[in-house]
Design a protein around this ligand. Structure first.
Ligand code: FES
Ligand code: MG
Length: 591
């Protein structure tokens, strides 16, 4: 057994070739032989490459990775590595009760233990459905062994009666049609089902397309790979290339800490604005950055992201879907536009061993209907606005999805531009909302602000995607399609609602939202970045004292052991909702 001279000392040798502990070496070797690997291979000094498999029957969005893994293996083998595939705790966004938000940190913990505790020199992170991507990148950041992400890719475009139907986004439209009596229950199901014509993840610019685009913008996946639709042959090819590349990364000792620098995160923030990315992106990037030991704050989103224009015309901010995004050039075409205007740090290193500037500078937009040139954007200033006030210390608003109708009604007062006031109607959780929204006794009008609380990472363990609330059916029938929505939960990246959300601290840990009452006047000012109850400080102090005397804002008991364990340490959305205290663990490979 000779070391491959090109390869640095591999951590897997401590298992399979440790002359100081021949007992354990023999034990490790014998069991990994038992399905067909040979002593010769295990002792060859070739890099052992993990394939972190997130696909399963329970995770339809990522299931195609079960097929793609064959091509990853072939790439690993062709480059001189040995593949070892293992399962990752599944996270299916649409299937998990009460919310998949619970599972990101659990999946992260499980993957860290595997990468730390087994003979793995580098890893292919199979990513896809919303939280599978951040969970994998968080784990890669913590252990800091060479890692590369492989997106499973979006589904093919959905179609219904000649129009594109995008996953998730169509649900909001179908709900309105149902509420207005234009379709029945069966019509609702057929319309929604039309958006899912093939294997892959949501074909809209939801959290999955967002996070896989940002993994690429961070430098953690091969250029151009994020947008390839799952069933395309190019997806098979890039799987093989990814397998080959991770072996080279192990030989080069190219680690997450070399790639996921602050410059890379700021690039990802700018790309997120240009693609019209999900409101879940700040939460997940914060979590990855904290596990990587990189400073990143919500203010970075406002400072580096807000002035970036919207270039990608994908639902929910625009009209097209995943196949169109790929044919138009995907992330490299977006990056090239930003590079031309000096808006990316071109020196940021990527998994190719080259910088993002070298990878993307010459990429072209292939279809300007889908990816706009920088000087003909869909919207100017398309990033998030950060809001603060006596309602919360921080919340965000996605400005790229503000509709003309919403702007006209709420943001066009000539004496008070970009600000509005209204009366609060407060819901305590999604069940309360569903039970009461259509009740005329609530008196909801076009001047009502809908509030959703009790839905943050502690109160509704994991934080539910429920802040975007449709107006009551009687208002929809009058043509009112959206009211301002504000809350401490999240919303789906596929939602086109300009909600003010991710409010931190949440009501259940004593945030200002807990003091709000139905009927209170609230003022939102986007110019000043403020969100306040128009209530005197003395009144607020009285309400706080009363809340504390009552034992605080009520929250439901945990339903599973993990809910209870996570509640003991989880932080707020603004700081990534990670397990506080766990971000500082020593990495396997220090920076
Ligand atoms: Fe999995 Fe949208 S539900 S990607
Ligand atoms: Mg979601």
């Amino acid at each position: 057994m000779t070391d491959d001279p090109a390869t640095p000392k591999l951590r897997s040798r401590a298992w399979f070739d440790n002359p100081d502990n021949i007992d354990m070496t023999a034990l490790y070797l014998e069991r990994y032989l038992n399905y067909g690997l040979s002593l010769e291979e295990l002792r060859s000094g070739k890099p052992i490459i993990g394939i972190a498999q997130t696909g399963s029957d329970l995770s339809p969005c990522n299931r195609h990775h079960l097929v793609l893994a064959d091509r990853v293996r072939e790439g690993i083998r062709d480059a001189g590595g040995i593949a070892i595939e293992f399962p990752v705790h599944p996270i299916q966004e649409t299937g998990k009760r009460p919310t998949a938000g619970l599972d990101r940190n659990l999946s992260y913990l499980g993957l860290v233990e595997v990468l730390f505790g087994y003979p793995i020199d580098g890893v292919v992170l199979t990513t896809g459905c919303d939280k599978t991507t951040p969970a994998a990148l968080m784990a890669a950041a913590t252990v800091n062994i060479p890692a590369i992400a492989l997106s499973v890719g979006p589904m093919l475009n959905g179609w219904h009666r000649g129009e594109r139907t995008g996953s998730g986004t169509i649900v909001w439209k179908a709900r309105e049609l149902l509420a207005a009596g234009e379709i029945d229950d069966e019509g609702f199901i057929q319309l929604v089902a039309s958006s899912a014509p093939s294997t892959g993840y949501c074909n809209t610019m939801g959290t999955a397309t967002t996070m896989n685009s940002l993994a690429e913008a961070l430098g953690m996946s091969l250029p151009g790979s994020a947008a390839i639709p799952a069933p395309y042959r190019d997806r098979q090819e890039v799987s093989w290339r990814t397998g080959k590349r991770i072996v080279e990364m192990v030989r080069e000792d190219l680690k997450p800490s070399d790639i996921m620098t602050r410059a890379a995160f700021l690039n990802a923030i700018r790309v997120n604005s240009a693609i019209g990315g999900s409101t879940n992106a700040p939460l997940h990037l914060a979590a990855i950055a904290r596990h990587m030991g990189v400073e990143l704050s919500l203010d970075d989103w406002q400072e580096h992201g807000h002035h970036i224009p919207l270039l990608v015309n994908l639902q929910p901010a625009g009209e097209y879907l995943g196949e169109d995004y790929y044919h138009a050039g995907g992330v490299p075409a977006v990056a090239a536009e930003l590079i031309k205007h000096d808006l990316l740090d071109t020196e940021a290193m990527t998994c190719t061993g080259r910088t993002i500037g070298e990878n993307c500078r010459d990429a072209r937009i292939e279809d300007e209907r889908v990816i706009r040139p920088y000087d003909q954007p869909l919207k100017q200033d398309a990033g998030f606005i950060v809001l603060r006030g006596n309602l919360f210390d921080a919340a965000i608003m996605k400005t790229s999805v503000i509709s003309p109708e919403f702007r006209e009604h709420y943001l066009s007062n000539p004496d008070d531009p970009n600000a509005f006031e209204g009366e609060a109607v407060v819901f305590d959780g999604p069940e309360d909302y569903h039970a009461r929204i259509d009740d005329p006794a609530l008196g909801i009008t076009v001047n009502t602000l809908l509030f959703m609380r009790g839905t943050g990472p502690f109160g509704y363990p994991g934080a539910a995607e429920v802040v975007n609330m449709r107006p009551p059916a009687y208002l929809i029938r009058e043509g009112i399609h959206a009211l301002p929505c504000i809350g401490d939960g999240r919303q789906s990246g596929t939602s086109g609602s300009a909600s003010i959300l991710n409010a931190s601290p949440e009501a259940a840990v004593g945030g200002g939202l807990a003091l709000l009452k139905t009927g209170d006047r609230v003022r939102i000012d986007l110019n000043r970045g403020t969100a306040d109850m128009l209530i005197s400080d003395a009144e607020l102090a009285e309400r706080r004292a009363a809340l504390e005397a009552a034992g605080g804002y009520p929250y439901p008991p945990s339903q599973t052991p993990w809910q209870e364990i996570q509640r003991a340490t989880i932080g707020q959305i603004a700081s990534g909702a990670i397990l506080e205290g766990a971000e500082t663990f020593q990495r396997i490979a220090q920076t």
